[in-house]
Design a protein around this ligand. Structure first.
Ligand code: IPM
Ligand code: MG
Length: 364
């Protein structure tokens, strides 16, 4: 009897619906090959949810997510809802969802597909051997502390508690153990009290529970520099919410395009939220040119982390690699072929089709 997995799809705004659609079709194509059954249901989140219901995270959406095995999200936000004087913003839907589901660990792997080295603004020799994983704390810090705005003064508050730091560092340290055994903790301990607590907590936990993992502490400003000067030196990087948001956009550029980076947001159970790290790209929405690969690769992470379907996850990842090997590129990656490579620029749907053709191996 095949397992039926209940997947909530949250297409969201901008290019979200286009990339989520390609990913759903890809999962449907994969299902019979691995004896899986998916039950997909769609719910609104973000700007379209505000339009429909007034709320960026309607109760029905949250309730469905709480029942699902996993959630796949496209992107939220766009100029239509970007008025800073409005108190309801699309992004609040995503933040509330992460918080309500207790998804405190955000895994953002940065892998360089060798076929795309030319797409990165960095020199190929710097990118050689880059394979890192950023674990970003996702439900605390500056994003969730008390805040005030409206008058002549506004503030946000950066709070971390020891248990909050410990649980995310455990996730990062366990990942390091499965990888190259190195953990880099990023903070601003020369200035911030919360960072000093962060650093002490990391040092103590690692000495007690992970003495076999090599630990280093790096200040966030220095980290932004090291990430582009010697990215191959890093294995697992762990950081608070705001710093992790910033350094993962920077790290995405190592891979050549925001359109390539998947992510997984996890808590204590198996349920997770999977989303590309890119935004809703309103400038290209509806044109059929968005790169669906970050979302398709997020589905691979979903198969791995929430559903325990490692073989199926790998099938997706290798199909993506083969599509790139064959020279297919969405416009974000076009015009950057390696010298001996011919590229064919394709749209969102065609890229999805090509990936699917490699799932079963019939094209190769
Ligand atoms: C991300 C995004 C979100 C964040 C926004 C859309 C709220 O930038 O997932 O990195 O800041 O966490
Ligand atoms: Mg971000």
């Amino acid at each position: 009897m095949p397992n039926t997995y209940h997947i909530v799809l949250l297409p969201g705004d901008g290019i979200g619906p286009e990339v989520v659609r390609e990913t759903r079709i890809t999962l449907e194509a994969l299902a019979p090959l691995y004896d899986l059954t998916f039950d997909f249901t769609n719910y609104p989140i973000g700007g379209n949810a505000i339009d429909e219901t007034g709320s960026p995270l309607p109760d029905d959406t949250l309730a469905a997510c709480q029942q699902a095995d996993a959630i796949l999200l496209g992107a939220v936000g766009g100029p239509k809802w970007a008025d800073p004087t409005k108190s309801v913003q699309p992004e609040q839907g995503l933040l509330k969802l992460r918080k309500a589901l207790g998804l405190y660990a955000n895994l953002r792997p940065v892998r360089i597909f060798p076929q795309l080295t030319a797409a990165s603004p960095l020199r190929p020799e710097i990118l050689q051997g880059v394979d890192l994983l950023v674990v970003r704390e996702l439900t605390g810090g500056l994003y969730f502390g008390p805040r005030q705005e409206g008058g002549e003064e506004a503030y946000d508050t950066l709070i971390y508690t020891r248990p909050e730091v410990e649980r995310v560092v455990r996730v990062a340290a366990r990942a390091a153990r499965q990888r190259r055994g190195k953990l880099t903790s990023v903070d601003k301990a020369n200035v911030l009290a919360s960072s000093r607590l962060w650093r002490q907590t990391v040092t103590r936990l690692m000495a007690e529970a992970f003495p076999d993992v090599t630990l280093e502490h790096v200040l966030v400003d220095a980290m932004t520099m090291h990430l582009i000067r010697r990215p191959a030196d890093f294995d697992v990087i762990v950081s608070g919410n705001m710093f992790g948001d910033i350094i993962t956009d920077e790290a995405a550029m190592l891979a050549g395009s925001m359109g390539m980076l998947p992510s997984a947001s996890l808590g204590d159970g198996a349920r997770g939220l999977y989303e590309p790290i890119h935004g809703s790209a309103p400038d290209i929405a509806g044109q059929g040119v968005a790169n669906p690969l970050a979302t398709i690769l997020s589905a691979a992470m979903m198969l791995r982390h929430s559903l325990g379907e490692e073989d199926a996850a790998r099938a997706i990842e290798s199909a993506v690699a083969r599509a790139l090997d064959a020279g297919y590129r969405t416009p974000d990656l076009a015009g950057v072929a390696e010298p001996d490579q011919t590229v064919e620029v394709v749209g969102t749907e065609a890229m999805g089709e090509i990936v699917r053709s490699y799932l079963a191996g019939e094209s190769g």
